[in-house]
Write a protein that binds this ligand. Structure first.
Ligand code: PHB
Length: 392
């Protein structure tokens, strides 16, 4: 009897131990990614595009890399930086994530930066576009873009194409300030003149009063930066105020002509020339496959935010492959530096010095193709680095 009970106890103890070690193995064999994006509020289209693209990539490539199971924990910060900070902290401390990713707006990317540094957790910025972001932590890597990359190029293009007077309308926060500065530097250096300059609030902007000022200034073109998600509303008010009829064309970085809204803008968008890093009409096989798969899965066209998410999750997969599954922050960041691959947008790489993205910038014009509006690329600037880096 005594012997039997003892055996039972031993068996139970062994079972417990087995259970505990199985749990430890499981925890070690899982790489957790905390994906913090705006799924609600004014920037929700950014979060939805990124979430869609990450899911699509994982369906296409499986959820195991170098023997590790990939687990994505999605959190909605509504683009409010206090939320971002709290969520990043919870993900790092409670969920013990190996990587934080997403960041739909610059203030969100800023808010998480000190936590990335402190915890040595990589912060993969898939959306936000202010130059200085990557300098806020040695653990930040970016797969989106900077406003400097596109705004310098459209500034030069405007000068070369006989545009002499420009009125500017930019969103009044960090990426808008970058867009305006880089455009102005290049446009005025080439002899262009800024005849009106307005800044609109980020949250729920009403463009109408500003548009009247634009019209009265009688510029050759208006330079516009509004973040992803606002272009549809902007172009609606642009048409309602008759700016299209008065021949004031829209130029700018391509955010205002985001592919996910472009088709709904109507013919007032025709002829808009923007410089940007992605068009759904980019004529490569990789992009054709990406657009087809995205449309099949979600019944809509991917925009540039989707591509930032798709490339961000690819970068994480590729880095894990390179480290053989080692998922500490230092190993992952070292693996990400210098990584190069073909994205749906074209060839891209991570600058090993700055951890920022190097990519082609295309000049595109809105045209009708098979009855739909597209940004049709007609000139390519290759391997453009962020012009805003203070450290080289
Ligand atoms: C940003 O907040 O950095 C941002 C957001 C949306 C854009 C561009 C930049 O389209």
């Amino acid at each position: 009897m005594f012997i039997r009970r003892n055996t039972l106890l031993q068996t139970a103890a062994a079972g417990l131990l087995l259970g505990a070690s199985a749990f430890a193995v499981q925890a070690q064999d899982t790489v957790k990614i905390g994906l913090i994006v705006p799924m609600t509020g004014g920037q929700a289209s950014t979060g939805k595009q990124i979430d869609n693209a990450v899911k699509l990539y994982m369906q296409q490539h499986g959820d195991t890399v170098a023997g590790k199971k990939i687990e994505v924990i999605l959190k909605d910060d509504a683009a409010v930086p206090d939320n971002t900070k709290r969520l990043a902290q919870e993900l790092i401390v409670n969920d013990k994530v190996n990587i934080i990713a997403g960041f739909g707006v610059t203030p969100a990317a800023f808010a998480a930066a000190p936590l990335a540094t402190q915890a040595k957790v990589p912060e993969v910025v898939m959306a936000a576009g202010t130059s200085v972001i990557t300098e806020k932590s040695p653990y930040i890597v970016r797969t989106s873009f900077t406003l400097g990359q596109s705004s310098t190029i459209i500034g030069d293009w405007a000068v070369k194409n006989g545009i002499k007077k420009v009125a500017t309308l930019t969103s009044d926060y960090a990426p808008g300030h970058d867009a305006l500065k880089f455009f102005k530097d290049h446009f005025t250096a080439g002899g262009g003149q800024i005849v009106e300059e307005v800044k609109v609030p980020l949250a729920n902007p009403d463009f109408a009063p500003f548009l009247q000022r634009m019209k009265d200034a009688k510029p050759d073109a208006m330079f516009v930066f509004v973040p992803a998600g606002q272009g549809g509303n902007f172009m609606k008010q642009y048409a309602e105020r008759g700016l299209d009829k008065s021949g004031i064309k829209v130029i700018g970085p391509g955010d205002v002509m985001d592919d996910d809204l472009l088709n709904g803008m109507g013919d007032s968008a025709l002829g808009a020339v923007t410089a940007h890093i992605y068009s759904a009409a980019h004529p490569s096989q990789v992009n054709k496959d990406f657009v087809a798969a995205y449309k099949k899965a979600y019944n809509q066209r991917p925009g540039f935010m989707a591509v930032g998410g798709y490339d961000g999750i690819h970068l994480i997969y590729a880095a894990l492959q390179k480290t053989g599954g080692k998922a500490d922050g230092d190993s992952l960041i070292a693996a990400m530096k210098g990584m190069a691959w073909e994205s749906p947008r074209g060839p891209i790489s991570i600058d090993p010095e700055t951890r920022d993205i190097v990519q082609n910038v295309y000049i595109r014009k809105v045209e009708k193709v098979d009855g739909e509006l597209y940004n049709v690329e007609f000139e390519t600037f290759k391997d453009v680095k962020d012009p805003g880096k203070t450290k080289k």
